[in-house]
Design a protein around this ligand. Structure first.
Ligand SMILES: [Zn+2]
Length: 73
């Protein structure tokens, strides 16, 4: 909620710490997405990324298993 429309809302990039407009999704300084998932983001995001990695590994393993079982038909 902004009171003044002519004032841009700034927030620190979660990767390089640079102050970037909160409206943009990508930091112009380091090119990373300023979604708070970076090393300087809010706590808990590291666990989320770990969780995503685990899900990807599980899906890939499942896909490989399905492909293998289908090929051995
Ligand atoms: Zn940055």
């Amino acid at each position: 909620m902004r009171d003044e429309d002519d004032l841009i809302d700034y927030e620190p990039c979660s990767y390089c710490g640079e102050e970037v407009p909160a409206d943009i999704v990508r930091c112009p300084k380091c090119g990373n997405f300023t979604d708070g998932a970076g090393p300087k983001g809010k706590g808990g995001s590291a666990w989320d990324r770990k969780k995503v990695a685990v899900v990807i590994v599980v899906v890939l393993t499942l896909a490989a298993f399905l492909l293998t079982s289908m090929g051995g038909c």
